[in-house]
Design a protein around this ligand. Structure first.
Ligand SMILES: [Mn+2]
Length: 335
């Protein structure tokens, strides 16, 4: 992806900006964490800007990605959005995805820069777009962006060989599920360059995949055995009620990756994960090549995303009265 003309514009925006905000989507994942952490570090440590990070706290499983920046929330976040002159939005392309701040973001007079990899961004909401669904992750886009902004190789080495590069490697690794999906030639180049800059990928893999609590693995086993079914048409469905969630004492982020497991079965074409969370049912969808998770997310779950990986939600009291009725709702789904 060639962002060179956009980069010139961005560089002048940063030059002039005084109060900068970096914001990402609700329920931040590894990519949201990595892309925001890298940008915030760069802007603060290399460009000496006042930076506010608006992001929900990270789940314990990925909190190591950014232990240095303290995010702001609530009224404080709304205030910094009002006062900002430059806002970076990462890992989401439609304003609604940043939940309670969507309105302030829309109304803000600041220059808004998008760094995102989801298809069909809400282009009119941003002043400058670094957007391509032909790149693995927002972290990869921020990588391209930061690489382009560096003045020389020395700065590049300091930036990408340090906390920024580390966070970006984490974000890219989680969004590609450790190179098993959305991996482009540029993604492998990025990994290779970051390794050459000295980023410790072994440590990242250890922290991402080998430090779960025992509960998580036992919950995977039980949910797959008790609450997973495969329909005739090849849709695999995992249902996690609030009761199961509590039974295993699960924490936010601990069932990350569960939705991928059914795809390892030959006859499963699409996997749907549903989790009861208060008055919402959070939905994740994954598809094998040739099938569209996105289409189902749009049609049945008020959502969207990528062709093979997407998400959405159902609202209790609107789409269904209780999680107990989920089977009836799922009956409607046609491939
Ligand atoms: Mn992402």
């Amino acid at each position: 992806m060639d962002f060179s003309s956009e980069l010139q514009v961005l560089s002048s925006y940063i030059e002039r900006a005084e109060k900068v905000v970096v914001i990402t989507h609700m329920h931040p994942d590894g990519d949201a964490a990595g892309s925001t952490a890298a940008l915030a570090h760069y802007l603060q440590d290399f460009r000496h800007k006042t930076v506010s990070l608006i992001r929900e706290p990270l789940p314990d499983t990925i909190s190591f990605i950014d232990e240095h920046f303290t995010p702001v929330s609530g009224d404080k976040a709304r205030e910094v959005l009002k006062e900002a002159d430059l806002i970076f939005c990462t890992d989401f392309g439609v304003l609604d995805r940043c939940g309670e701040y969507a309105r302030e973001l829309a109304e803000s007079k600041a220059i808004k820069v998008l760094a995102d990899h989801h298809p069909e961004p809400q282009a009119e909401a941003f002043d400058l777009l670094f957007s391509s669904s032909e790149l693995s992750s927002a972290s990869e886009i921020v990588y391209q962006l930061l690489k382009g902004l560096c003045r020389d190789e020395e700065e590049r080495k300091a930036l990408l060989g340090g906390a920024c590069g580390y966070a970006l490697m984490c974000g890219m690794t989680t969004d590609t599920n450790n190179f098993s999906c959305s991996t482009f030639p540029s993604t492998l180049m990025m990994a290779s360059e970051l390794l050459a800059y000295g980023i410790n990928r072994d440590e990242i893999l250890e922290k991402l995949y080998n430090r779960y609590r025992e509960n998580r693995v036992r919950a995977f086993a039980s949910l797959l055995s008790e609450h997973f079914s495969i329909r005739e048409d090849g849709i695999g469905i995992i249902k996690v009620s609030a009761e199961s969630w509590h039974k295993f004492g699960l924490q936010e982020g601990e069932l990350e990756g569960l939705v991928n497991v059914p795809l390892s079965i030959d006859r499963v074409k699409i996997s749907i994960y549903l989790r009861e969370d208060g008055d919402t049912v959070r939905v994740s969808l994954r598809a094998k090549k040739g099938w569209s998770a996105r289409e189902l997310a749009v049609r049945y779950f008020h959502g969207g995303g990528h062709e093979l990986a997407s998400g959405g939600k159902l609202l209790l009291g609107r789409d269904l009265d209780s999680f107990g009725e989920i089977d009836d709702y799922l009956e409607k789904i046609r491939l």
